[in-house]
Ligand binder design. Structure first.
Ligand SMILES: Cc1cc2nc3c(=O)[nH]c(=O)nc-3n(C[C@H](O)[C@H](O)[C@H](O)COP(=O)(O)O)c2cc1C
Length: 396
């Protein structure tokens, strides 16, 4: 076996992920405008699961009742059955892959340019946020997901409490001890719901890449705290903060993806491969240094099994997060396992997918045939070339 580390299993609280490939969360615009599961959404996840990743984190599902167009919702019990339908549909094509979901609380935005800040929450709002996560966790269990990922990264609420940009003057702002308070309360409340035998992962930013923002210096401490709390993995992401985003065009809400921080979320073609591995490595070293064996997930332009294997072998991370590479070619894991890595249709990091997400359109891949909402099956380089040529042939 060429990629021995990549295809070794890992067990989190008794749940075995059959390999080290974790499909990181990707909002895909295939939910309905009010957040319901659709057949297209199911087809997307089924196509991906068929390719053999060890685990998949279903895209950020919203825990609060506020409007958030095309984001999957888990904000009341009426969503539970359809989420169960999604889990069953994924398991039906691949019973091995472990299916998790990312649960997320967001800060509100308005077309006037207004953006909610953590300092806008009144003290009495904070227990509500905690309860919304706990209620969502209960629905996750009923829906039958194998694990939960708490969204503590990017521009969302918990990340914004953790960030150096948190300007609260009370016990929830200021020093790190205070900035950790709400994420800790959420972690504990969710753990109380899921119990001690259920994997609960956390996604954090290794760097915000914004001023003022969290740097690796703080994120290693955040990671140590989550490790101490018992998090079952720490997924290290980056960027996607609003602080350095340019003012939006007239009548458009602020866009966290528009500044440099936004560009770090899904590193484009001009960034080196393995862009954020050093952040995961730094976090891992600190977590190990504090005496915890918590698995660390790295993601960000890891396009080849060779690079993924090297990262694991060199002890820079324990799990490889892939998002765009699996959107592009969901058979990436299977091709790598079967010694056909050269047949992988490689993600070009063009960010066609990310730009569709920013426009609130259905996310697809520039390498697929025009109009496809899932990768062809099988998907070959020949087919990718043919679809590129047919697109070039279209009149301007
Ligand atoms: C269209 C799109 C949607 C994304 N949605 C999420 C999300 O819901 N939650 C999240 O934590 N990250 C999200 N991400 C970030 C990815 O999970 C991943 O961290 C990033 O793309 C870098 O990994 P990659 O190079 O393998 O794509 C999204 C990325 C893209 C391209």
């Amino acid at each position: 076996m060429e990629y021995k580390n990549l295809f070794s299993p890992i067990t989190l609280r008794g749940v075995t992920f059959p390999n080290r490939i974790l499909r990181t969360a990707m909002v895909c615009g295939l939910a309905t405008e009010d957040g319901h599961v659709t057949d297209d959404l199911k087809a997307r996840y089924r196509r991906e699961a068929k390719g053999g990743m060890g685990s998949i984190v279903v895209e950020a599902a919203v825990v609060l009742p506020s409007r958030s167009s095309y984001n999957l919702r888990i904000s009341d019990d009426s969503f539970t059955d359809e989420l169960k339908g999604l889990v069953d549909a994924i398991r039906d094509v691949n019973p091995e892959t472990k299916v998790g979901v990312q649960i997320m609380h967001f800060l509100k935005l308005a077309r006037s340019g207004w953006r909610q800040k953590v300092s806008d929450f009144k003290p009495e709002d904070l227990p509500v946020i905690v309860q919304q996560h706990a209620d969502a966790a209960r629905r996750v269990l009923t829906a039958g997901f194998d694990f939960i990922e708490l969204h503590n990264a990017h521009a969302y609420t918990l990340s914004s409490f953790l960030s150096m940009s948190n300007e609260r003057k009370d016990d929830y702002g200021g020093p790190l001890k205070n900035r950790m308070r709400l994420p800790t309360e959420v972690y504990k409340a969710v753990r109380a719901v899921v119990g001690d035998h259920y994997p609960l992962g956390v996604r954090i930013n290794g760097e915000d890449f914004a001023i003022p923002g969290t740097t690796l210096l703080q994120s290693v401490k955040i990671a140590q705290k989550f490790a101490e709390l018992g998090a079952d993995y720490i997924s290290v992401s980056a960027g996607n903060r609003f602080e350095d985003a340019p003012p939006p065009p007239e009548g458009m809400p602020p866009d966290a993806m528009s500044g440099y921080s936004g560009k770090r979320l899904s590193p484009g073609w001009w960034f080196p491969d393995g862009t954020h591995v050093y952040l995961a490595e730094g976090v891992r070293k600190a977590v190990r240094g504090a005496g915890f064996e918590t698995p660390i997930v790295t993601a960000g332009k890891i396009r080849t099994p060779k690079l993924a294997e090297e990262i694991l072998k060199e002890g820079k991370a324990d799990i490889i997060g892939l998002c765009r590479p699996l959107l592009c070619d969901p058979d990436w894991p299977m091709k790598a396992k079967e010694g056909r890595a050269k047949d992988i249709v490689q993600c070009t990091a063009c960010n066609w997918c990310l730009e569709a997400d920013a426009r609130m359109e259905k996310v697809n891949c520039s390498r697929w045939p025009e109009g496809n909402l899932i990768a062809p099956s099988p998907f070959t380089k020949k087919e990718a070339r043919a679809s590129a040529l047919s697109k070039d042939a279209e009149p301007a």
